[in-house]
Design a protein around this ligand. Structure first.
Ligand code: ADP
Ligand code: MG
Length: 613
């Protein structure tokens, strides 16, 4: 009897067609892949031409490094890439591409012609491919760079073709895609041609605002507020915000780029909202947000088309975004001119490079400024840099809370008990015994006392970096029975406990003796509190020994756990002092974990919603 065999290996072409299902959805996704390759190749000028929505023609021409004869053949094979050599590279991705799938996938569902020449060579090469079948390589006289011409997309996969929308719609998607690339890389010239006419041709620029102006018009560009460049360990945030008055009902004016990739991400979207101080639901502020995150802190390999990313330390990024947005709005509310500039996307033109036929274009060409190495910076800080020449700015929008004060400002003016410029707030009552309500001339603010206390305690604890914390000696030392693991953790955290103002010592094998507690954190239930705190570290939710500055995560936990247990009643009785103290914090708008502490409602916004004059 003949042995039955149902399982067989797919042919390379079939495998590519299957992969194409994930990568090549529509003409815009082809354009995305091709343009990303051109950017990775160090191009300074990229031209995209389409006909009939990209179905009959997609042509992408660049002046990048080009390919050698051998590479011109190789690049159409599955899993052929010059960008990824070992699995570790996957966690340190500096290029837009790395899967080695795009070209073969596109080639398997279209007729593709690739023409390429390296600048240092006198002639180029051309190779054609139909439905994945490659014709022999030929010499070609051509300019340095690469041109990829795709005709008859999905000619051999009619079902896919049927899924395409009208030419008009597909062309719209392509245009949007090219616009995204152009906004992400202002130093590259982008030309987009549709059915024979030039839709846009944007010149290379060193000022991101000019590139934005190419798309939104000069009038709108003049109303942009430059984001105060903000840094957290391994993260840098820059870009522009649109005034609140320009908010829309859709997210079309929200552009977020992560290391040169446009992304849509709920974590970032929420952080933006929080930064705006809780935006009225249904409205979306316009913004051009550029995030530069150390490649090791983000995983871009979670989606075949790389539309989604996964952050390894989302809370730091969240905080950086909130801080960047909130401090920019606050600075404008105070009527300050443009925030410090110069830290936005690095507009240095990329030197065209092609080091060796097989080596990857190096990180040196990456458009985003290299992110500084992870530092033990305890909190986010606006980067203070010299002012840059800027377009005139509009009158500032108003936000009814005061701005966070930078460290420099605080050093210059020692904090006074009552800050006249700050509150002017009147406490008008509490909501459900949970939130305090304040009004001032510009609107009202809701304060969450527990979140506020968390922020205040955290920042006060961090002051121990500069001067020792006050301790409160216990009349009778508290003895804490710990199992071996908890004891190990307590001893590991001994230094942080001491820094925070605790005084502990080991008392026998399983007993920890607590002799003093921080004066900042008066407590009666010391033992259960310490048990709970140590548990967080025992369970490994927070690892002090992995952190560069172990005191910061420790202080974060301490502040959070303490505030969670604290009785809020007294604070709700005199919330104005709490608000004042909160507004003296460096980052008043959120807890160290990124939850809002204050939600402002501008009077203008309230009027607008009531349709009042
Ligand atoms: P990936 O970008 O993931 O490496 P692709 O299939 O998109 O995979 O491209 C395969 C390889 O072809 C790239 O790694 C690169 O070396 C080369 N290549 C593709 N497009 C270009 C281009 N426009 N200029 C120079 N080299 C290119
Ligand atoms: Mg690619």
């Amino acid at each position: 009897m003949e042995e039955q065999q149902n399982i067989h290996l797919m042919s390379d072409t079939l495998a590519s067609q299957v992969a194409a299902g994930e990568v090549v959805e529509r003409p815009a996704s082809v354009v995305k892949e091709l343009v990303e390759n051109s950017i990775d190749a160090g191009a300074t000028s990229i031209r995209v031409e389409i006909r009939r929505g990209g179905v009959s023609l997609i042509k992408v021409t660049d002046d990048g490094c080009g390919m050698s004869r051998a590479d011109a053949r190789m690049c159409l094979l599955r899993h052929a890439t010059s960008k990824l050599k070992q699995v570790e590279d996957l966690f340190n991705i500096n290029q837009l591409g790395f899967r080695g799938e795009a070209l073969p996938s596109i080639a398997s569902v279209s007729q593709l012609t690739l023409t390429t020449r390296r600048a240092q060579e006198v002639e180029g090469w051309r190779v054609s491919c139909e439905g994945g079948d490659m014709a022999p390589l030929m010499n070609a006289g051509c300019a340095p760079g690469t041109e990829i011409c795709i005709t008859n997309l999905f000619f051999n996969t009619p079902v896919r073709r049927k899924f395409l929308k009208s030419d008009e719609t597909e062309a719209g998607h392509v245009e949007h895609q090219v616009r995204l690339h152009a906004l992400a890389f202002p130093h590259i010239r982008f030309t987009f041609v549709r059915d024979g006419s030039v839709v846009f041709d944007v010149a290379t620029t060193h000022d991101l605002r000019f590139r934005i102006a190419d798309f939104v018009g000069r009038e709108v560009a003049e109303t942009l507020m430059r984001i105060r460049p903000t840094e957290a360990p391994g993260v840098r945030v820059s870009g522009y915000l649109m005034p609140l008055s320009a908010a829309r009902r859709n997210k079309r004016m929200q552009y977020v780029f992560l290391n040169g990739r446009p992304i849509e991400d709920t974590i970032i979207a929420r952080a933006v909202r929080d930064g705006y101080g809780g935006f009225p639901t249904g409205l979306h502020p316009g913004l051009f947000l550029y995030l530069e995150v150390e490649p090791a802190l983000v995983d871009v390999n979670v989606h075949p088309a790389k539309r989604e990313v996964r952050f390894r330390r989302p809370s730091e990024l969240t905080l950086a975004v909130i801080e960047a947005v909130a401090s920019t709005l606050a600075a404008h509310a105070r009527g300050e001119a443009a925030a410090p500039a110069a830290a936005e996307v690095n507009h240095e033109p990329c030197p065209p490079l092609c080091p060796s036929p097989t080596s990857a274009p190096s990180a040196a060409r990456r458009p985003a400024a290299p992110v500084p190495p992870i530092q033990p910076a305890p909190v986010l800080k606006p980067i203070v840099e010299p002012q840059q020449q800027d377009l005139p700015l509009p009158p500032a929008p108003s936000v009814p809370v005061a701005a966070p004060r930078s460290r420099e400002e605080r050093r210059a003016t020692p904090p006074q008990p009552a800050e006249p410029e700050l509150p002017n707030f009147r406490h008008i009552g509490n909501l459900h015994e949970r939130y305090a309500i304040f009004e001032n001339s510009e609107g009202l603010v809701l304060l969450a006392p527990r979140a506020a206390r968390e922020r205040i305690l955290f920042e006060r604890l961090l002051e121990s970096n500069r001067r020792p914390m006050m301790s409160q000696r216990l009349l009778v030392p508290e003895l804490l029975e710990l199992d071996a693991r908890d004891m190990g953790v307590a001893l590991e955290a001994a230094q942080q406990l001491e820094q925070a103002g605790f005084s502990i010592s080991r008392f026998g094998r399983h007993t920890l003796r607590i002799e003093a507690i921080p004066a900042l954190l008066p407590m009666s239930d010391i033992a259960p509190f310490m048990q709970e705190l140590l548990q967080v570290f025992t369970r490994g939710e927070v690892r002090l020994n992995r952190a560069r500055n172990p005191f910061e995560p420790f202080a974060r936990q301490l502040a959070q756990r303490y505030a969670a247990r604290e009785d809020m009643e007294p604070w709700l009785q005199r919330p104005l002092s709490l608000l004042t103290e909160l507004l003296r914090c460096e980052i008043p708008y959120c807890t160290p974990g990124g939850k809002p502490t204050l939600i402002p409602f501008a009077l203008s916004e309230i009027n607008r919603r009531f349709q009042a004059q």
